[in-house]
Ligand binder design. Structure first.
Ligand code: KIV
Length: 274
């Protein structure tokens, strides 16, 4: 699929993503949490944007994704929707919004489309979430699955740094992926699993796999944008590639501003009204 094959005058749909995958084109996703970055990423060719529950950490300052609520995420989804014209917007269902009765999951998903302006939702887990996936997709709402390292289960997994799916766990993950596809999911995120397993799952499924630490055999890739742009610092997962050092750029810009204010160099005459 070439650049011109992607719609320029309407939102990309899950069918466009499937068509690109069927033609062997690898496509990119990023997270986004606001209108400005969403527009930049769309113009850069990012086909689908995830308003991830990582907002808990990169927007709201928590140390895990667990505390964030739909009430906090919906305004971010709205911003991303307003800032874009063609990107498919996937809204992440936070912990507690889709467990329990499948009707609750449907209500949450519908809310993201009706109030947020998203076109699809994402949820974490395998067998346990199949009823939710079925109910949401049967209502006409596209669902993206998420397997491997599922950060909402950090207390069961024993940390968010552990590679998942090694040994016989890989067979179970493959079964979960197949079950999600069977339940109607349009794509599956594979996070922090061995590259070989990422390839195995991708070859076994007809729907796209979206890797984040799952190797180059996946159909698509996703990163948290603050990781890609080098805003986040400290020990980052092995799969993160920093394409810029915005942390340094912003620090230096802010420090220059502070100095200019202290020195009286800002505002200069050209910044003043007459
Ligand atoms: O919430 C998120 O940002 C995610 C991605 C890391 C896939 O789930």
């Amino acid at each position: 699929m070439t650049e011109s094959s992607w719609p320029q005058d309407r939102r990309i749909t899950v069918r466009d993503l499937q068509a690109a995958t069927d033609r062997g084109e690898r496509w990119a996703m990023l997270t986004s949490y606001d209108a400005l970055t969403a527009g930049i990423f769309e113009r850069a060719g990012v086909r689908a944007l995830l308003v991830g529950d990582t907002a808990a950490m990169v927007v709201y300052g928590h140390d895990s994704t667990i505390p964030v609520t739909m009430g906090q995420l919906i305004p971010l989804v709205q911003g991303v929707a307003r800032g874009t014209r063609t990107a498919l917007i996937v809204a992440d269902l936070p912990l507690g919004s889709y467990q329990g009765p499948a009707e609750r999951a449907l209500d949450s998903a519908a809310c993201y489309l009706k109030e947020g302006g998203a076109q699809a939702v994402k949820l974490e887990g395998g067998q346990a979430v199949l009823p939710a996936v079925q109910m949401i997709t049967q209502a006409g709402i596209p669902v993206m699955g998420h397997l491997g390292l599922t950060p909402q289960s950090v207390h069961v997994l024993g940390g968010t740094r552990r590679v998942q799916g090694r040994g016989s766990a890989g067979d179970r993950l493959l079964e979960d992926a197949r079950a999600l596809q069977e339940a109607g999911a349009f794509a599956v995120v594979l996070e922090a699993i061995p590259a070989g397993l990422g390839t195995r799952v991708s070859e076994a499924l007809s729907i796209p796999t979206v890797g984040i630490g799952a190797g180059g055999g996946c159909d698509a890739q996703i990163l948290v944008w603050q990781d890609l742009a080098g805003l986040t610092t400290g020990h980052l997962p092995r799969f993160v590639k920093r394409y810029a050092d915005l942390h340094d750029v912003l620090t230096r810009a802010a420090a220059s501003y502070v100095n200019d204010v202290a020195d009286g160099a800002y505002p200069a005459p050209e910044h003043c009204y007459t």
